[in-house]
Design a protein around this ligand. Structure first.
Ligand code: ADP
Length: 478
């Protein structure tokens, strides 16, 4: 296999900028690609957020881009700190020097379309003259969905036309739907190609990526199939583009998520798994000021409809009404205000049984994976999900709804090779049944400890999946 030069284009990359799984993936996959001998770099917009503000960069390119009647200065900056891959920033201060990725304390920014076009235009302008010539442009999610179209059909980017593009969908819910009134932000292309970025009379960034990329991937196989039945109007497109589509399950960065070295947890794993779990459990209880001795069932994530938060609220209300005091639910997340306040009132009703932390806290998340007994993911939609992998790695048993990547990674403990508790329907009946299996499992110490040991031994690293991406790249170049 030849060694490749790959550029990942994304709006998130851990540790610089992360709101969820996209950041984790883009911060991890390139490391594994570099370890395999490729040269994988990442470019994201330069936001005015603390991590980026506090880091050092070297300016490697400067220019201007036009957006309709406006002209914007930009530069391409290279991160100077320690990193296993080259991390580049598209610095467009007029549009990105804000304290947030998509939103700040005042809410969503509202000029996303203009910002993503500016990001793409500045990166492509740099690439035209850049010393490095990439073999592959790997575009992530709808924000970068116009890249495959631009380099194919806009004369301005003619020089890049031959570079194969891979478009990966991490979350199909956000399509980037915009009115044709914003057409003036786009670079020139012959009018007859306009249909290739349009869906339902709108410019649709997701559909543009799907149609124009050379290869389409989603972050699990089940999710790819689900999109053909339910993708908010794009179903036909997914069916039509099946021949160039493949689902590749995400992996995790096992160096960053390593229970034997993790600097964000209070007690690293030495010899005994039981001791590791016990010490971290106590540390977690201290951190959240709780004396509850019941098994801990954690939830970590965005408090949104897709994650099944409405269902979780109903389920906990039912469960705790019947069985107060038997399980301790620890919830960490931020999201829709309605869900935040419903959870708050539920916590008020069951203050001992529910600990609620309404914030984004990377360190606490690590401590929760290490110190909890179970992790619940009652997702309505789950393209891949990473939390279940982190839970497994830290000896926390996942309780998942069998959907998307959860179906592809978690097998019920009643089946051979089982590594979690699974349920199929978002019904109180199914949810109660799943929760009713928790205590008996927890109390059967022999079975429980063996399960913990087995799940911690699983290899869910990027090793296997990064090879699958490499095989796609090679096939495109061939
Ligand atoms: P998403 O749909 O949000 O991308 P994933 O399961 O793919 O879901 O990834 C979620 C990532 O975000 C995990 O690393 C998880 O630990 C992290 N995360 C989500 N919410 C929070 C939070 N409130 N605090 C800390 N980490 C969080």
């Amino acid at each position: 296999m030849s060694k490749l030069k790959i550029l990942h284009l994304s709006t998130e990359c851990y540790p610089a900028a992360k709101t969820g799984g996209l950041g984790d993936v883009v911060g991890a996959l390139p490391k594994y690609q570099n370890r395999a001998g490729h040269k994988a770099d990442v470019i994201i917009p330069k936001y005015g957020i603390p991590w980026i503000k506090a880091s050092e960069h070297k300016n490697i390119f400067e220019g201007t881009i036009s957006l309709g009647m406006e002209s914007h200065y930009f530069s391409i900056d290279r991160y100077q700190g320690d990193s296993e891959f080259d991390l580049l920033f598209a610095n467009i201060p007029s549009l990105f020097d804000r304290n947030g990725i998509y939103a700040d304390q005042n809410g969503f920014f509202g000029d996303e379309f203009k910002r993503w076009i500016a990001f793409i235009k500045s990166v492509l302008k740099w690439l035209i003259t850049a010393e490095i010539q990439y073999d592959i442009l790997h575009c992530h999610d709808h924000h970068t969905g116009l890249i495959p179209f631009f380099i194919r059909y806009c004369p301005e980017y003619e020089k890049l036309k031959q570079i194969p593009t891979v478009f990966t969908i991490h979350n199909g819910k956000y399509q980037g739907i915009n009115s044709w009134k914003e057409f003036h932000y786009l670079p020139y292309f012959p009018g007859e190609f306009g249909g290739l970025i349009e869906w339902n009379d709108h410019i649709n960034l997701m559909s543009a990526g799907i149609r124009n990329c050379w290869s389409l991937t989603t972050v699990s196989n089940s999710y790819l199939n689900e999109l053909k039945y339910d993708s908010d109007g794009l179903e036909w497109l997914f069916i039509n583009e099946s021949a160039k589509s493949v689902g590749i399950l995400n992996g995790i960065d096992t160096k960053q998520w390593d229970p034997t070295t993790d600097g964000l947890i209070t007690n690293v794993l030495k010899k005994s798994i039981s001791q590791f779990k016990k010490n971290n459990r106590n540390a977690l209880l201290d951190q959240i000021h709780s004396k509850n001795e019941a098994p801990i069932v954690a939830f970590i994530g965005r408090l949104v409809y897709e994650k099944g938060i409405d269902f979780l609220i109903d389920l906990l209300q039912n469960y705790l009404t019947y069985y107060p005091g038997s399980l301790h639910f620890v919830i960490l997340g931020t999201g829709d205000q309605l869900f935040e306040s419903s959870l708050y009132f539920l916590h008020k009703r069951f203050p001992e049984d529910i600990t609620l932390i309404l914030k984004y806290d990377e360190s606490l998340a690590h401590q929760m994976y290490a110190g909890s007994d179970f992790l619940i993911m009652p997702s309505r939609v789950e393209p891949c999900g990473l939390n279940q992998f982190y839970a497994l790695r830290y000896g926390t048993i996942p309780i998942v709804r069998r959907i998307g990547g959860l179906a592809d990674s978690i097998t019920d403990i009643g089946d051979p090779g089982g590594n979690g508790i699974c349920f199929d329907n978002l019904s109180i009946h199914d949810g109660m049944h799943a929760l009713n299996r928790v205590l008996p499992l927890y109390q059967n110490k022999k079975e429980f400890n063996l399960l913990r040991k087995n799940i911690m031994l699983e290899d869910n690293s990027w090793d296997a999946s990064s090879e699958k991406y490499a095989a796609i790249y090679q096939s495109l170049i061939a």
